[in-house]
Design a protein. Structure first.
Length: 202
């Protein structure tokens, strides 16, 4: 539920952009959807609403979500106020490259994988496997940020908006699969080891 909610602002961003040029009248108020600028306003509003909903339903808001909301608000506001889409175009890249730097920094400074810390010790793996997880996730975030810039500067705004929606889901699934490939075989080894220990106990 919470994971699906995270994609809601992107869906709203995409749908609002599709209304570009459409004029809506409510009483005396007339509004014409203004492409990327209206979509950005919708994105910022939906992201802030998302934070409030998560707080109301689950009681706490993850630092990651708060960080994303902050970046969306800052870059989105800059795009709307300065009438320059470059800020919102760079937002996904900044988020992903910050995540990449966080993965590396966490492992270097704290001596453990960021995902290991997020799992709270629920998964026990050799240190070298956690290093591989850090490497794979870091390269993934760097790649996603670079691909975003490539699409932003080589294709139309319409293409980039569609890419932003579908790539967010696709790249998230890809990261899960990559980490699964790295961790999977060793999770089985740990499980088999635990079964053998239990058998010896009896």
């Amino acid at each position: 539920m919470k994971q699906l909610l995270e994609f809601a602002p992107l869906v709203i961003f995409f749908l609002t952009f599709q209304l570009s040029g459409t004029t809506v009248a409510v009483g005396d108020v007339v509004y014409t959807f203004d492409g990327i600028y209206s979509a950005t306003i919708a994105l910022v509003s939906a992201t802030l609403l998302q934070v409030l909903i998560v707080k109301a339903v689950w009681g706490t808001v993850e630092k990651r979500l708060l960080g994303v909301a902050l970046v969306v608000t800052v870059f989105g506001s800059a795009t709307v106020l300065l009438r320059d889409p470059v800020f919102i175009l760079w937002k996904p890249t900044v988020v992903n490259w910050v995540l990449a730097a966080t993965c590396v920094g966490w492992h270097v400074i704290r001596g453990r994988c960021l995902f290991e810390a997020l799992l709270g010790g629920e998964v026990q793996l050799p240190a070298q496997i956690w290093k591989r997880v850090t490497l794979v996730s870091t390269l993934h975030f760097v790649m996603v940020g670079a691909v975003n810039l490539y699409v932003a500067y080589n294709y139309s705004m319409e293409t980039w908006v569609s890419f932003k929606l579908w790539s967010s889901l696709g790249f998230s699934v890809l990261l899960i699969l990559l980490i699964g490939v790295v961790m999977g075989p060793h999770l089985k080894e740990v499980a088999n080891s635990d079964e053998n220990n239990n058998t010896r106990t009896f």
